[in-house]
Ligand binder design. Structure first.
Ligand SMILES: Cc1cc2nc3c(=O)[nH]c(=O)nc-3n(C[C@H](O)[C@H](O)[C@H](O)COP(=O)(O)OP(=O)(O)OC[C@H]3O[C@@H](n4cnc5c(N)ncnc54)[C@H](O)[C@@H]3O)c2cc1C
Length: 415
């Protein structure tokens, strides 16, 4: 774990795969910058949230192929897997969960990053004289010249009927996907309503069935079946060329929505679910009303179906909105930024306008495109941020300007 430094050049907030990707790319370009950044995360270790999510949902392998990972060398994971071919899954060599985690641990070791994380939560960011003060949960303050926000913090999308539930109910009987840890649950004989058409619903359904539950999977439209959450054409010029040429930010936002097109489930998981007798699919359907009565949910749906359930699980996705992110409140006041449906209009180095404040993940969507929140988006974002930091930094410009002023002054004999 890193020890506290109160002043540094780069503060990276979050230690997930996106931040790890950034750091390896930065070191690849500027080995000597190792002492110029600090990573801050409440867990104090790399990828803890990622690992926890995969474990809680018992996900056997990634959805993305083996070329997507935090190391700058695209084939590094394949080379690492050379003696573990059984852990690359069809189609397109999807890395097994354990393989990916072992690989990331190797990346951390190879790049000497074991001690780069300071364990704390950033609770507030205050811009001050072109720098940033990061206020930490342990009451310390770190002042940095540049910040990268890689916290992946979004708002859980809450269906409107949830806030209209009038009856009191036990909290664990209505849970959001990120609150669920399958390993802690005994579900034999229970009836579970899972809401949402993304892969998370699929993993929850498999986990429920494996524990002897009867599942109803409800989706607003027909289940969408796709290998990846966005077409691989979004990883290269096929679609990105048109996206980058689009100067209307609203159109860009629409392109992202169309490409992601809500949640989707993989053919493999759907096949697994369809083979079970313990699942029914309620498509083109929404909850109209839910009541907790006589120790169970009574659910009435828009298609007038009524059914009783023991639990409701919501896998209804996450919305990202810069204006609702508390870490951005003061930053956006100092650096006014156009916001399109929650996404900030950032420059091509992923900075808020005229600032050294960089964004990664979904909030960088208007520059990165539909894969911004995925591993592939992390790589693209890292390349752009590193370019910004090493070549186009306002701080560098400021430094050069002040150096020039100093030279002028020296020549004039002022200092
Ligand atoms: C179940 C699941 C499976 C997925 N599978 C894939 C896949 O196969 N392929 C793919 O490309 N994408 C996948 N994704 C998308 C996935 O979200 C991203 O790939 C990845 O986790 C995003 O990395 P990240 O670093 O942005 O976020 P995270 O992994 O969420 O890391 C963010 C970090 O920020 C820290 N943090 C948050 N707030 C603060 C704060 N205030 N101060 C300090 N630190 C903070 C958190 O503790 C966390 O460690 C999956 C997502 C989920 C939920």
């Amino acid at each position: 774990m890193a020890s506290l430094i109160t002043q540094t050049d780069i503060g990276i907030i979050g230690a997930g795969p996106q931040a790890l990707t950034l750091v390896t790319h930065l070191l690849q370009k500027k080995k000597q910058w190792r002492s110029r950044f600090i990573v801050i995360d409440p867990q104090g270790e790399w990828l803890s949230q990622w690992r926890q999510q995969f474990k809680a949902l018992e996900i056997p392998h990634l959805r993305s192929p083996a070329v997507h990972h935090p190391d700058p060398y695209p084939y590094a994971l394949r080379s690492f897997a050379e003696n573990r071919p059984d852990e690359l899954f069809d189609p397109y060599d999807l890395p097994g969960t354990k393989l990916f985690e072992d690989f990331c641990a190797e990346v951390v070791k190879n790049w000497g990053l074991e001690n780069s994380i300071y364990q704390a939560k950033v609770v507030k960011i205050v811009p001050i004289k072109g720098k940033f003060q990061l206020f930490l949960s342990d009451n310390n303050i770190i002042t940095t010249s540049r910040v990268v926000l890689a916290t992946n913090q979004g708002e859980t999308q809450i269906p409107p009927w949830v806030n209209k539930i009038e009856t009191k109910y036990p909290q664990d009987r209505l849970a959001y996907a990120r609150q669920i840890n399958l390993a802690n649950l005994k579900l034999k004989g229970e009836r579970i309503l899972i809401i949402g058409g993304g892969l998370t619903s699929g993993h929850l359904a498999v986990g429920g069935i494996n524990r002897g539950a009867k599942i109803t999977l409800m989706t607003r439209r027909n289940l969408q079946v796709k290998l990846f959450d966005a077409d691989p054409g979004w990883l290269g010029p096929k679609y990105l060329k048109g996206f980058e040429a689009e100067s209307n930010w609203n159109h860009r936002w629409e392109m992202i929505q169309q490409a992601r097109n809500g949640g989707s489930i993989t053919p493999k998981i759907l096949g697994e679910l369809r083979r079970s007798n313990n699942i029914e699919f309620w498509e083109n359907c929404e909850v109209r009303e839910a009541k907790w009565e006589e120790n169970r949910w009574r659910v009435i749906c828009t298609n007038d179906l009524e059914k009783d359930f023991d639990r409701i699980w919501l896998a209804t996705g996450t919305k990202f909105n810069a204006q609702e992110n508390p870490l951005l409140t003061e930053v956006l006041q100092t650096y006014p930024t156009e916001i399109i449906q929650g996404l900030p209009v950032i420059d091509k180095y992923l900075r808020l306008p005229k600032s050294e404040f960089y964004l990664m993940g979904a909030l960088a969507g208007l520059q990165i495109g539909p894969v911004a929140r995925n591993l592939a988006g992390g790589r693209k974002a890292s390349e752009m941020i590193v370019q910004g930091m090493t070549k186009h930094s306002y701080n560098l410009a400021r430094q050069v300007k002040s150096d020039n002023a100093r030279i002028d002054s020296l020549q004039l004999g002022i200092i």
